[in-house]
Design a protein around this ligand. Structure first.
Ligand code: FAD
Length: 453
């Protein structure tokens, strides 16, 4: 069987790996538009902060890795057309020639591209994005350029936060702008983002939230020198936009059904409306387990789960629907680390799901353990169905201590549709070097249920 995969990132990589290692009679070809195979944007911050020095290592795989398994990887090969009836695709090869290949099954993992703001001054130099290999190299140059003093990050989501930390720690003055009234507004509830905002300000970051960017300005007519919002103006030698993404699907509009925003429509088996064409990754809306409906989630973890599912079911006569995802992520910023899973107040409201939430804060270890020995506050947020107590979301955060593994415990609880009662009574370990007599997760659920403090 000939299987074509379009896109050599997380989704394409995982699908190819699964197909090549689990099956004998399979020919797998990955078509990738860019020249660099599988740069891992998730690792970009590590590269920008010099924790990894060689950009060419920040990748999911090299072509040779899959070729060893019998796969074919075509870089600089953009697929431009698909004839679903004939089971054929057309691509431009690395010499610019058009070629046509046949396939039996096709997996689309074409991903998304960052949205560029359409504002006056958008053509000025030094307005950057943060995704992929080319932008990683360009950003690294600016980090090392002493003439870059003021950096404006537009968008205080995950990507914006990663950019802030990299540039602030490189000694630049960073301003973060967001239309929403707090940082990370789609990721964490307000009591956690308040702490992060304080920490940003303590690290000399200017936090300009609730402001709308209206214009990029220039002193010399070529390079950006300031950004203007509806409330003020901020100096900028460099602007980094992290304001959202759009699916790379315009060229697919006459091939597979897309929704009004360009996401590829799939059924519960991740099939498109065309026979033998599947779609995975950022370019689709995955079924969200806590929301019980498809929602936008752009995560490598999601792409890989979907890819594994499709690769396993392509050869199966007995297929089960894709079970869906929870949406789990983690981040560190100036010593705070946090992890989130499932819904929060903002995403639940957007998805029209009723939730109730609580915040639990206490020390990580028993009170007798001093801060110098590593004790400190943990903050846990739980979101649950007010009627059934099913846990629908959660977040954990701590400073100078990695509490993020608790986020994975919450992700599992959400995936299994456990209740507050289940979490309150779960038999977690106790050892005062790590935790309290009850785990902080037990205590958070107990607080939500009104048990004795
Ligand atoms: P993409 O990664 O978008 O890749 C799609 C590929 O398809 C591209 O290489 C593109 O060139 C190719 N392509 C598109 N159209 C064509 C065509 N017509 N022909 C040939 N090739 C084509 N997720 C996490 O889970 N954890 C993280 O820590 C994390 N950090 C991130 C940090 C940053 C800065 C960014 C930008 C993203 C991060 N993500 C993270 C998100 C993660 O990178 C994406 O969810 C993941 O890459 C999606 O994989 P994908 O296969 O769907 O598509």
């Amino acid at each position: 069987m000939r299987i074509a995969i379009i896109g050599a990132s997380h989704g394409g990589h995982e699908a190819a790996l699964e197909l090549l290692t689990q099956n004998k009679d399979v020919e797998v070809t990955i078509y990738e538009a860019s020249d660099f195979i599988s740069f891992m944007s998730c690792g970009m911050q590590l590269y920008l902060m010099n924790k990894v020095e060689d950009d060419t290592t920040v990748r999911n795989f090299k072509a040779a890795d899959l070729e060893k398994l019998g796969g074919k990887v075509l870089a600089n090969s953009e697929v431009t057309a698909i004839d679903a009836d004939q089971h054929q695709l057309t691509f431009t090869d690395h010499d610019g020639n058009k070629q046509v290949d046949d396939y039996d099954k096709l997996i689309l993992s074409v991903g998304v591209s960052p949205v560029q703001l359409n504002l006056p001054g958008k053509q000025l130099n030094n307005i950057y994005l943060m995704r992929g290999h080319d932008w990683a190299l360009a950003l690294k140059k600016k980090l090392e350029d002493p003439t870059v003093k003021d950096v404006v990050v537009v968008g205080a989501g995950y990507i914006g936060i990663e950019a802030i930390e990299a540039f602030a720690k490189a000694g630049k003055h960073v301003t973060v702008l967001d239309l929403q009234d707090r940082v990370l507004a789609s990721y964490l509830d307000a009591d956690m983002t308040e702490l992060i905002t304080k920490e940003l300000i303590a690290n000399n970051v200017t936090v300009a939230v609730g402001e709308q960017l209206v214009e990029y300005r220039s002193d010399d007519g070529q390079n950006v020198s300031a950004v203007k919002t509806d409330q003020g103006s901020y100096p900028a030698d460099l602007v980094i936009e992290g304001v959202g993404v759009k699916p790379n699907t315009a060229w697919l509009s006459d091939v597979v059904a897309l929704d009004e925003r360009g996401w590829i429509k799939t059924d519960k088996y991740l099939r498109t409306n065309q026979a033998d064409i599947f779609a995975i990754g950022d370019a689709i809306l995955p079924y969200n387990i806590p929301a019980k409906k498809p929602l936008p989630v752009a995560l490598a973890t999601t792409a890989r789960r979907e890819a594994q599912y499709v690769a396993q079911t392509i050869f199966s006569n007995n297929i089960r629907p894709f079970r869906g995802i929870v949406g789990s992520s983690a981040l560190e910023i100036f010593g705070y680390s946090f992890a989130t899973a499932g819904l929060n107040e903002a995403t639940a409201k957007r998805a029209n799901v009723a939730i109730e939430s609580i915040t639990y804060t206490d020390t990580r270890q028993p009170a007798f353990v001093p801060a110098e020995a590593g004790n400190g506050d943990v903050i846990i947020r739980l979101a649950f169905d007010p009627l059934t107590h099913v846990i629908l979301g959660g977040a954990v955060m701590a400073k100078n201590h990695d509490i993020t593994p608790h986020g994975n415990t919450l992700a599992l609880a959400i995936m299994q549709r456990l209740t507050l009662e289940d979490l309150a009574e779960a038999d977690f370990f106790f050892q005062p070097g790590f935790d309290r007599q009850w785990s902080s997760l037990n205590l958070a659920a107990q607080k939500a249920l009104g048990y004795a403090p």
